[in-house]
Design a protein around this ligand. Structure first.
Ligand SMILES: Nc1ncnc2c1ncn2[C@@H]1O[C@H](COP(=O)(O)OP(=O)(O)O)[C@@H](O)[C@H]1O
Ligand SMILES: [Mg+2]
Length: 318
């Protein structure tokens, strides 16, 4: 199977100034060495609580943020060193759908203008051909022709996200990075959008990197999964291996505490820190919450090791 994307050893530290005189710096290790590959037509899910570094990693892959270290190979090319025409061509093949559909649409532009924009930038077709293409794209995502001349304020959240998706597929990309694309939507709408993304993947052979904080969502859409915590991938593998045989204590906790369909069955609620201001440089990111921790865990990061075919865990106790 062809690899669409290969991400190697991506690292990012943010220096944040603080204190009255802005002289004190603290470092936030947002991404601590991410490695993974995305196969053609498949979905790589990344799941983790808020502040784990998921968006930072996505922004680095999209080249919206510079990485401190590492390499990204996209469609066989060294993506981080591409420039000019080659970069523009590669960008055509890598699109994004953001969490908040409202803020990713310009309130002053009609839906038609918004979806035409990537076609215009890449000089696709004549004006009337572009209009035809946009109407076809809107239909593909389940919106009829009337949406062409509407403004974002006239649309519901789910409809706005459909527009975001139509824009992302406009140039027939090979890869779409979906950063929590359903997190802002009602549960019933979430399922519709997930099904739309699945259908598009099937008909257009697109690969996805799918970021979410909900295990259910990642379970539904992914082929491979990475569990991310405070900048580190703590467990990776096929969806089946992660969900049927979770090994890292953090993954186990996530699965145990995930919301379930039966409201009478109780599950433990996990503590979710909204924003983590300082991430330890070394040591396991789950150390403070772990029940099977050992002394070494506070000092040394555990490396991902393969425990069965396509199933890796970073834990000193396993
Ligand atoms: N531009 C930035 N400057 C400083 N810190 C940042 C910046 N962007 C993200 N961070 C920090 O990096 C960590 C990871 O954030 P983020 O990638 O947004 O996580 P997630 O998407 O998993 O919620 C957080 O602690 C966040 O506060
Ligand atoms: Mg995020």
């Amino acid at each position: 199977m062809e690899k669409i994307l290969k991400v190697e050893n991506i690292k990012k530290v943010f220096k944040v100034s603080g204190g009255l005189l802005k002289k004190d710096y603290s470092s936030v290790y947002a991404v601590k060495g991410a490695n993974f590959e995305v196969d053609e037509g498949k979905t790589y899910g990344i799941v983790g609580e808020s502040g784990s570094g998921k968006t930072t990693l996505a922004r680095i892959i999209l080249r919206l943020e510079k990485t401190d270290e590492g390499k990204i190979t996209f469609l066989g090319k060294d993506f981080l060193s591409l420039k000019g025409k080659e970069l523009k061509e590669a960008r055509k093949n890598m699109q994004v759908v953001f969490q908040d559909p409202a803020s990713s649409l310009d309130p002053k532009m009609t839906i038609g203008e918004t979806v035409s924009e990537p076609l215009l930038i890449h000089k696709v077709g004549t004006k009337s051909q572009r209009k035809e293409k946009v109407i076809e794209l809107l239909r593909t995502v389940g919106l009829d022709e009337s949406f062409y001349s509407k403004f974002p304020y006239e649309l519901s959240g789910g409809q706005k996200q459909r527009v975001g998706i139509s824009r992302a597929i406009a140039l027939n990309p090979k890869l779409i990075i979906c950063d929590e694309p359903v997190s802002a939507l009602d549960i019933s709408i979430q399922a519709q959008i997930l099904n739309l993304l699945k259908d598009l993947q099937e008909s257009l052979k697109i690969s996805y990197i799918f970021i979410a904080h909900s295990l259910d969502v990642v379970d539904y859409i992914s082929d491979d999964v990475a569990v991310m915590l405070l900048g580190s991938f703590v467990e990776t593998g096929s969806k089946e291996s992660i969900f049927n045989n979770p090994l890292h204590p953090y993954t186990k906790l996530l699965i145990k505490s995930a919301p379930i369909a039966d409201p009478r069955a109780k599950r433990e609620k996990i503590e979710v820190e909204e924003e983590i201001s300082s991430i330890p440089i070394s040591g396991c990111p789950f150390y403070s919450r772990c029940s099977i921790r050992k002394e070494i865990c506070s000092k040394e990061d555990a490396k991902l090791k393969e425990v069965e075919k396509n199933h890796f865990v970073a834990c000193h106790s396993i």
